[in-house]
Design a protein around this ligand. Structure first.
Ligand SMILES: CC(C)(COP(=O)(O)OP(=O)(O)OC[C@H]1O[C@@H](n2cnc3c(N)ncnc32)[C@H](O)[C@@H]1OP(=O)(O)O)[C@@H](O)C(=O)NCCC(=O)NCCS
Length: 182
């Protein structure tokens, strides 16, 4: 599907009434069809996008396991999700199941700044434009809330992934700084 067709379909599916533009966190009321995806056995899976915070934490843990991330306490992950401004989940749906295959979230002060966290696509679905779609969606929602400064912390191996999406390192020489308990 070309980019143009994808976005036309996306906006049609979302409908303007579903866009939330307040200081509340952002959520659409229903899953949105992103694209059709041919499975290995010739069957067709549909990839859906959801912004609901009702995330299955065990599924999210499995997704993070699949890319080798260190496990975090699910109780804390739930709090982090509940306090996020935007959540984007990607699901692969077929007749048998609805599998979480992508996730990303952003925290925000809701007016000036937002920071993107936990961007992940299941290895079986990487390299098909879904990581870009996740990021485009996050930025789209944040810009819809008029947020102008969007930051993230990139692992070294994905700096060029984010750079391709328009993110810049060290703008005007500004450095990210961290404080950790000793
Ligand atoms: C990073 C990640 C989200 C990318 O997802 P993806 O679905 O494979 O990415 P896409 O298919 O949408 O790729 C979009 C573009 O980025 C490029 N790209 C993908 N992964 C890349 C990487 N690691 N480094 C540089 N470029 C990358 C693709 O080649 C593609 O380029 P193109 O538009 O010129 O064709 C995915 O590889 C992932 O989940 N990795 C493990 C978790 C992780 O490291 N997350 C980031 C933490 S900061």
């Amino acid at each position: 599907m070309s980019n143009m067709v994808f976005w036309r379909k996306f906006f049609k599916n979302i409908g303007m009434s579903n866009r939330v533009n307040t200081s509340d966190s952002i959520s659409l009321s229903q899953d949105v069809l992103l694209m059709e995806h041919s499975g290995s056995k010739g069957d067709v899976d549909n990839i859906y996008l959801s912004t609901s915070k009702d995330v299955n934490l065990y599924e999210l843990e499995q997704l993070c396991d699949a890319v080798g991330w260190v496990r975090r306490p699910l109780r804390k992950v739930k709090i982090a999700i509940d306090h996020s401004f935007v959540i984007i989940c990607l699901f692969c749906k077929n007749k048998e199941r609805r599998q979480l295959i992508g996730f990303a979230r952003a925290t925000s002060d809701t007016v000036f700044n937002a920071t993107i966290w936990d961007v992940v696509v299941h290895p079986d679905f990487q390299g098909r434009g879904l990581g870009k779609a996740l990021m485009d969606q996050l930025v789209f929602h944040l810009r819809g809330a008029n947020i102008s400064t969007i930051t993230l912390f990139a692992d070294p191996q994905v700096v060029s992934f984010y750079r391709n999406l328009g993110f810049i390192t060290d703008p005007d020489g500004v450095k990210g700084m961290f404080w950790y308990p000793r």
